[in-house]
Write a protein that binds this ligand. Structure first.
Ligand code: IPM
Ligand code: MG
Length: 368
């Protein structure tokens, strides 16, 4: 039987709590693999420190050894990084650097953030039911360029500088991803930029329009980012695939997560051109939420974003779509039965803890 290597990086805050549930769920799906049509491979799981947790023991947010290990793995599963303890550190020492290093060293330029509204959670969104119902958006965020990585950057006396840079190649490859994935969905791409102000956005728009010529069956529209932020809450159903740069994608995906009721629900996949031993993209999978230091260690975090990241990993890095659908169905079943973590519960509703939520998902996995 094939064995695939998965590196887990729990990180900080609620990261270890939600990742523990994700890993238990992965082990469970591997053990019930017999129910799937495709025989499941064996997963060899190794864990390493990242973020503040790594800083405390090794002095750096991620060691070269861990980066190497990540590069050799067939997929990486990450919890969250960061926290108030490390907020005052200089830029290059911060826990977040671990994430940026992982993304850039592994060449993970495409970040996929699906925003799907689960029926039972319609009441959990602060927006009206009739606005969010039926929303199904995929944010395709460019992840290794733009202002996150542009040079020059740093302090210059009493000034601070960051630089937004995009090359034609960088925009082209993310545009291809967006159009290709749109072909498997509603065939609509909205490219989001700020081309009325930014030079890099003018290039972005030109290149996306150029790549679009190869995808005549996909409808392309361009939207300014400020308008998009407004349209997302006004009429989210108008969107299918949103493709945008690193910074806009970061902001818009947090905003879009509230359509789904809670940021705790959203998984993500970061992929690039590198293939793993399954012949699929060797990706990094993580919930989009942060380390939530205010609730860390209390067993109150929502593990569903992390568990759904496992589903994305099974599908994208291992081609195990059926297993992925089972995980998604199990999550849906648990929500249908009214199980709610604190972030999802309405006033008066019973609140379920992190581990219990994970256990309930695994009960459904056995049952479905
Ligand atoms: C995300 C996070 C990260 C980002 C931080 C933790 C560096 O907000 O993955 O969305 O800005 O990309
Ligand atoms: Mg973010």
């Amino acid at each position: 039987m094939t064995t695939f290597n998965i590196l887990t990086l729990p990180g900080d805050g609620i990261g270890p709590e939600v990742l523990a549930e994700a890993v238990l769920t992965l082990k469970q799906i591997a053990s019930v693999g017999a129910y799937c049509n495709t025989p499941l491979p064996e997963f060899h799981i190794e864990e390493a420190l990242v973020g503040g947790a790594a800083l405390e023991t090794t002095g750096v947010p991620i060691t070269g050894k861990t980066l190497d290990n990540a590069r050799k793995s067939d997929a990486v599963l990450l919890g969250a990084v960061g926290g108030p303890a490390w907020d005052k550190l200089p830029h290059d020492k911060r826990p977040e650097q671990a994430l940026l290093k992982l993304r850039s060293t592994l060449g993970l330029y495409a970040n996929l953030r699906p925003v799907r509204i689960s029926g039972p959670l319609l009441a959990a969104s602060p927006l009206k039911r009739e606005v969010v119902q039926g929303t199904d958006i995929l944010v395709v965020r460019e992840l290794t360029g733009g202002i996150y990585f542009g040079e020059p950057r740093g302090r210059q006396g009493d000034r601070a500088v960051n630089t937004e840079v995009y090359s034609v190649t960088e925009v082209e490859r993310i545009a291809y991803r967006a159009f290709e994935v749109a072909l498997t969905r509603q065939k609509k791409v909205t490219s989001v930029d700020k081309a009325n102000v930014l030079e890099s956005s003018i290039l972005w728009r030109e290149v996306v329009s150029q790549v679009h010529k190869e995808f005549p069956e996909v409808e392309l529209s361009h939207m300014y980012v400020d308008n998009c932020a407004m349209q997302l809450v006004r009429n989210p159903r108008q969107f299918d695939v949103i493709v945008t740069n690193n910074l806009f994608g970061d902001i818009l995906s947090d905003e879009a997560s509230m359509l789904a009721g809670s940021i705790g629900m959203l998984p993500s996949a970061s992929i690039g051109g590198v293939k793993n031993r399954a012949g699929k993209p060797a990706g990094l999978y993580e919930p989009i939420h942060g380390s939530a230091p205010d609730i860390a260690g209390q067993g109150r975090a929502n593990p569903l974003g992390a568990i759904l990241s496992v589903a994305m990993m099974l599908e994208l890095s291992f081609g195990l779509s059926e297993a992925a659908r089972r995980v998604e169905r199990a999550v849906e079943a648990v929500l249908e039965k009214g199980t709610r973590t604190a972030d999802l519960a309405q006033a008066g509703e019973k609140v379920t803890g992190t581990h219990e939520m994970g256990e309930k998902v695994r009960v459904e996995l056995e049952r479905l």
